[in-house]
Structures are given as C-alpha cells and as structure tokens.
Design a protein around this ligand. Structure first.
Ligand code: NAP
Length: 294
C-alpha cells in the first residue's frame, strides 16, 4: 500500500501492544475497500495515557482503538462517551470529529453480531453467562440490547460479582449463583444459550473449563465461548461432543473491529476479508513452537 501526505491515520493503543491482531485485520479491510488510511499499533504506558490522547488529537488521527489496560482509564479524557461504553464502563474505540474525542464500545456489537451470523435470535431467550469480569460487562449489555429475557450469571465468587449483577439488573432480569449450586444446575438445564466469559480454557491453560453440569444440558443448547485462543476450548469441545451448536470468540473479535471501521470510515468493512486476515494471524501464532528454555 502507498501512503501519501493525504493518508488518514488510525491506531490501537495499549500496553503491551506488540501482539495486537488489530493492525492485520484493519489494514486488510482498509486495503480491500481501497481507502487511503493506515492503522498502526502504538505502545502507551499507563502513566503516558493523558499525553498520548492529547498527542493523537494534535496529530489529527481519525480515530483509534483502545485496549488493555486503558479501556476504563481513558473515559475521563474524552469529550463524549456513547451509551454502550457508558453502561459497559469501557471504551474500545475513539472517533475524532472536529477535534472532539468520542468514546464508543463495539465489543457488545461484535458479540451479538457473531450470534446473529449463526441465525441465533436472542429475543426472549434464557441465557447462562459464566464469569463477571470486563468482557462479561460487554456481553451483558449486548444480551439485554438484543432482547434476552433472563440472564443467570454463574461465578466462583458471587460476593465479588454482586455489584456487577446489581448494576446491570436495571437493564433486565439477572440472577447470580455460585456455579456449583443446585439452582445453577437448573438454570443450565433451562438455558438456550450458555456463554463463557471467563478466561478459563485460554492458552496456556487449555485444559481448564468452567464447571458445567453436562448431564443437565439439553440438546440444541447453544454454547458460545468468547475465547479465541485456542480455537476450540475444552468447554466448546465438550459441548460439541454432546451435539450442541458451538461458536468461539473469533467472530466477536472481527465484529468489534468491523464496527470500529464503520465508525471511522463510514463504510461497511468486508467482514470475510477481516476474518480471513485474523484467522491467518491466529493460525500463525498457534503453530509457533514455544521457544526453547535457555
Ligand atoms: P477479566 O476481567 O480478568 O475476567 C475474567 C473472569 O474469569 C472473571 O469473572 C474471573 O473470576 C474468571 N476467572 C478467571 N480465572 C478463573 C478461575 N481460575 N476460576 C474461576 N473463574 C476464573 O478478563 P476479561 O477481560 O473479562 O476476559 C475474559 C476472557 O474473554 C479472556 O479469555 C479474553 O481473551 C476473552 N475476550 C474475548 C474477546 C473477543 O473479542 N472474543 C473480547 C474480550 C475478552 P474472578 O473475578 O473470581 O477472578
């Protein structure tokens, strides 16, 4: 791709940032659309965040993604924050419009979009959600926006998760259980969708899985793990072995990127091109042999 004095700039800021897959995904989509934009990864240490944000504004960036550890810390540095980002308490996309910084959150849209692409409609559905961390907040917001009837949250530590459950109960019906409780077993039996938003099963601990009472699972219950490394977690492997439909987190990651692309460029990203670029990068990462110990 040829850059010129007219090229518009986009970035992702985080710390560390070298392993971000966003540049690969976004540049593939920008190139496919024939847009004169460049997307780069910028390492920003936590203490430098305010200066970095001012710098991006001064440099006239069109926008940028925000990742760990800045997603919440950036909020007070912005001029405006959309409803999703406010409810989720995290910004993953910033758009610069006439010098004003607008914070958005496209994680929920990515999460729901991937389900819709599988023709799963959430309207009136009973959902079990495992985990109550940062990603669970985007999942909860997305589930209620898409019309889920009831969400049962299963966690290891309900006391820690209670403030989150109370906060989100203003958007719909939520029940919270320790995931070995009998009531949680019943919820799994009744659920039409079970979502893993814990980090259990992510590399390198790939044998880990949240505790599901598999004997209670009804045929047809949809299992969605937002983890994307490995491609098939032990949670999804077990669900697939029971004949249940399954979905991993790759589509969510592409979807949040495609939604950010739309906010910056006004154009619809080629989802398949982004998905292929991401999948290729993930596969290259997965096939890398661990470095020998010295
Ligand atoms: P987080 O804020 O650290 O939350 C992690 C959650 O997992 C918490 O509920 C935590 O419970 C639970 N957990 C972690 N280790 C556990 C263990 N050993 N036993 C029981 N529960 C455990 O992380 P996050 O940002 O929400 O991310 C969660 C996962 O989502 C990660 O694997 C991440 O890669 C994935 N993710 C995917 C996407 C995507 O686009 N596909 C986007 C964001 C995140 P406690 O609070 O009790 O520790």
């Amino acid at each position: 791709m040829m850059f010129s004095g007219r090229t518009k700039n986009l970035a992702v800021i985080g710390w560390p940032i070298a392993h971000s897959l966003s540049p690969v995904m976004q540049n593939a989509a920008l190139q496919k659309a024939g847009l004169d934009f460049a997307y780069i990864a910028l390492p920003v240490a936590p203490a430098d965040l305010p200066e970095a944000v001012l710098g991006l504004r001064a440099l006239g960036f069109r926008g940028f993604n925000v990742t760990i550890p800045h997603k919440t810390a950036i909020i007070p540095l912005l001029d405006e924050v959309d409803a999703a980002a406010r409810a989720i308490g995290a910004v993953n996309t910033v758009v610069l419009e006439e010098g004003r910084l607008k914070g958005c959150n496209t994680d929920a849209a990515g999460f729901i979009g991937a389900l819709e692409a599988r023709s799963f409609s959430l309207a009136g559905k009973r959902v079990v959600l495992l985990g109550a961390g940062g990603a669970a907040r985007a999942v909860l917001w997305g589930l209620f926006q898409a019309g889920a009837a009831e969400i049962v949250i299963g966690v290891r530590n309900p006391q820690k998760a209670r403030p989150l459950a109370e906060e989100f109960s203003r958007y719909g019906t939520i029940r919270l259980f320790e995931w070995h409780e009998e009531s949680f077993r019943h919820a799994v039996r009744a659920a039409e969708l079970v979502v893993n938003a814990t980090s259990l099963g992510m590399v390198p601990e790939i044998e880990a899985s949240p505790p599901i009472p598999w004997e209670e699972v009804q045929p047809g219950t949809f299992f969605y793990d937002i983890i994307y490394t490995p491609a098939e977690t032990s949670f999804l492997r077990r669900a697939a072995a029971q004949g249940c439909p399954v979905l991993n987190g790759e589509g969510m990651l592409v979807g949040q990127g495609a939604a950010a692309f739309k906010l910056w460029t006004g154009k619809t990203a080629d989802f398949a091109v982004m998905a292929e670029a991401l999948h290729g990068a993930l596969e290259r990462g997965r096939s890398k042999k661990p470095k020998p110990e010295r």
